[in-house]
Design a protein around this ligand. Sequence first.
Ligand SMILES: [Mg+2]
Length: 215
Amino acid sequence: MPFTHAVFDLDETLYPTSTGLMQRVARRITDWLQRRLGLDPEEASYLRRTYIQRYGTTLAGLLAEHPGRVDVEDYLAYVHDVPVETYLQPDPALRTMLAGIPLGRVIFTNATTEHAVRVLRALGVDDLFERIVDIRALNFVHKPRPEAYERLLALLNTPGRACILVDDRAVNLQPAKRWGMTTVLINGPLQDGVDFTVASVLDVGPLVHRLLRRS
Ligand SMILES: [Mg+2]
């Protein structure tokens, strides 16, 4: 089966954790919980950690525990209202690596398309992706819930075995194995559900070329 798509997670996959961008987003999430739920800072950060642990994301926790009472669009706009361009700069090496992958390039993210476009523009790679599958396209069912992968494959109209999936979290790769995707973990140990690990996203290009020669 030849590969047709290289599917990339966005945050902390296309750029490193050390940029601090996601810590800034996490602060916005805590801030939203404080303002909208009337919590103090300690309660808000405890709730954020609890929701992430129990439901995978803060938004999933809010939707589960406050059904019908959360303004999802207000939440998404608020938490992503961060100066992305002060954290990320154009990355010519990333651009060269991505441009060299002779497959459909797709973003698969629990964030919004607006945030994804902003991040991709800041990195100087927005024109290299044919599609962004965001949290709305996933009907607010986020990675790593299995339905998210089913939805991704339906939207791409492709079987899982034709996809290479790249993410910085092993937990987001494991469900993909059910559909036969080839999984690549950025900067983590080889483990269940992970076919390959690479130290940097820049190593994905050479790995894809190896896989294409093999298939
Ligand atoms: Mg990520």
